[in-house]
Design a protein around this ligand. Structure first.
Ligand code: TXA
Ligand code: MG
Length: 326
């Protein structure tokens, strides 16, 4: 039933919600201006923030953008997967998708349901994350329902998203490729495939985020819960912090030993059962939502040590979600 209503929507300039392996996407035909307008309107997304187009493979990508050797190598290795490539767009892609840019962001998702829909509709599918602009991306069916309520378009329930954070966005339109959004696929992994050094324009700093002008949607305020999120530099500094009040909630990485330093009755949530970056990313947005639903005064969480490059994307999301750095 939901498969039929979703494919019907896409084929008729409507919108629907599809699961991907990263986060749920608010999907429509990438060739329908009317549908694209509905996506922007339901998300409350500024029109200067371009959408990602989803396709089955590199050959199909080549119909919508000008592919090159780098995109071929990367797609051979990482597609289907959580790597979005920015390439010069072809005429058939409306500028409403690209927010007036002459480039388009394109990726091939792994999720079998999304691929089944792509196969059925035989259209490129535009899909930003299925959340109101600047809010936390949905990683479960219920998150989407909670976000859009009565206005929610048809959804296909694909369960919990396996990866849990948005794809890496890589700009291939400059001589040296550059990462515009940190994500599940790291700089090292991309460099190993291309056998050259690439740039990282998505670096966050301790005080503020360096926002790449080339990617208008990557502003510093993003992925935010309603409750103010206070981000501590380290787990150690957080557990002894004087800023934690009795009406707050604390999120801890499970691997650390908790000795009960916090004030009694403070709710404590654990992010994962290990210090595994994949598990941490998978449940990151879910735990932020859970903390938000407790309606406490503040949420406290700490940055991960980045000895493992894979935690950079998690720290990036935490930094964007935070209202205050401690
Ligand atoms: O994992 C994902 O990428 C998810 C799933 C649904 O595929 N989608 C997603 O879409 O995160 P969205 O719209 O929330 O984020 C797309 C990001 C935005 O930050 C946007 O600015 C950037 O990609 N982007 C899109 N087109 C671009 C372009 N032509 N040049 C530079 N950045 C672009
Ligand atoms: Mg988004």
């Amino acid at each position: 039933m939901s498969f039929d209503s979703c494919t019907h929507a896409i084929l008729n300039s409507g919108i629907c919600v599809l699961p991907t392996e990263t986060v749920y996407g608010l999907a429509c035909s990438a060739l329908s201006k009317a549908a694209i307008e509905k996506v922007f309107s339901l998300k409350g997304r500024p029109s200067n923030n371009p959408l990602i187009v989803h396709v089955l493979n590199h050959d199909s990508a080549n119909e919508f953008c000008v592919t090159n050797d780098f995109s071929k190598k990367l797609s051979d290795f990482f597609w289907p997967g959580a790597l979005t490539l920015v390439l010069p767009k072809r005429k058939c892609i409306p500028i409403e998708i690209t927010a007036g840019l002459n480039t388009v962001a394109i990726r091939s998702p792994t999720h079998p349901t999304f691929r089944k829909v792509l196969n059925f509709v035989k259209l490129p599918i535009a899909a930003p994350s299925a959340n109101p602009s600047n809010k936390i991306s949905p990683t479960k069916y219920q998150d989407v329902l909670d976000a859009f309520g009565e206005d929610c378009p048809p959804i296909i329930d694909g369960g919990q998203c396996e990866i849990g954070i948005e794809s890496t966005v890589l700009d291939l339109t400059t001589q040296t490729p550059s990462i515009l959004r940190l994500g599940p696929i790291t700089k090292d992994e991309i460099e190993a495939v291309l056998k050259i050094q690439i740039q990282n324009k998505a670096l966050y700093t301790k005080k503020h985020i360096v926002s790449p002008i080339k990617s208008p949607g990557l502003g510093s305020k993003h992925y935010a819960p309603d409750t103010p999120l206070h981000l501590h530099s380290t787990f150690k500094s957080m557990i002894s912090s004087k800023f934690i009040g009795e009406n707050d909630v604390v999120i801890l990485p499970k691997d650390k030993v908790y000795n009960g330093q916090f004030k009694t009755n403070i709710p404590i949530l654990f992010l994962s059962t290990s210090n595994n970056h994949e598990e941490t990313a998978k449940y990151l947005y879910g735990i932020l939502r859970e903390a938000d639903k407790l309606n406490r005064e503040k949420i406290h969480i700490s940055l991960y040590s980045t000895h493992n490059e894979s935690f950079n994307a998690i720290n990036d999301r935490l930094t964007r979600a935070s209202t205050k750095r401690i």
